[in-house]
Design a protein around this ligand. Structure first.
Ligand code: AMP
Length: 194
């Protein structure tokens, strides 16, 4: 089973991704995690990527495409994967279509965890204030910038999947359990599993 999960900063995407990975034994393909690994290497590329991430901007599509192509070549994805943080703009979504066609991959579910902007902003402020985080891009100023980038670059990708009639919009305003139940219900309905 192959899934794409969308959610603005503060929407609870990471939490729901973890539930899905455990329940369905999926491999997580998180471009954010891959980029954080590159930053750790302290190479020229690492320093460049670090700056972009620290500002909340998007890293160049070419870097992302090479990360994704390499990752999808690994045989461990055969049981299924979840894209977390990719695609992030329309160019990436179109590239993903090509990759999927070329590699005979079937995309089973596209989920968008939908949360009102006001709630996102207040969650972002709380997250930056009260949660212990080691992420440099989790300060409230950067999170607000990431939200702006999400609205500008990633929202059009949601319309792209909605036009293709493969987008499942999940009400992300409920409790963590309510949100995961909504996602699991859709999967179990389509896959006819218990
Ligand atoms: P995330 O862990 O998904 O929240 O991503 C953290 C940061 O990594 C983002 O704010 C971007 O700077 C960068 N990033 C992650 N995924 C992508 C992507 N698909 N395209 C461009 N930049 C990305």
């Amino acid at each position: 089973m192959n899934i794409i999960l969308f959610g603005a900063p503060g929407a609870g995407k990471g939490t729901q991704a973890n539930f899905l990975i455990k329940e369905f034994d999926l491999i997580q393909i998180s471009t954010g995690d891959m980029l954080r690994d590159i930053v750790k290497c302290k190479t020229e590329l690492g320093k460049k990527v670090e700056k972009i991430m620290a500002n909340g901007d998007l890293v160049s599509d070419d870097i992302i495409f090479s990360l994704i192509s390499n990752r999808l070549n690994n045989k461990d994805i055969k049981n299924g994967f979840i894209f977390d943080g990719f695609p992030r703009n329309l160019k990436q979504a179109k590239k993903l279509d090509e990759i999927i066609n070329d590699n005979n991959i079937h995309l089973d579910f596209v989920f968008h965890i939908d949360v009102d902007e006001e709630i996102l902003t207040s969650r972002i402020e709380n997250r930056a204030k009260y949660e212990i985080t080691t992420r440099k891009d989790d300060t409230s100023a950067v999170l607000i910038e990431r939200l702006k980038v999400y609205n500008r670059e990633t929202k059009p990708v949601l319309d792209y999947y909605s036009d293709k009639k493969i987008l499942n919009v999940i009400d992300g305003m409920g409790t963590i359990d309510e949100v995961s139940s909504s996602i699991f219900r859709i999967i179990k309905n389509d896959f006819k599993v218990d």
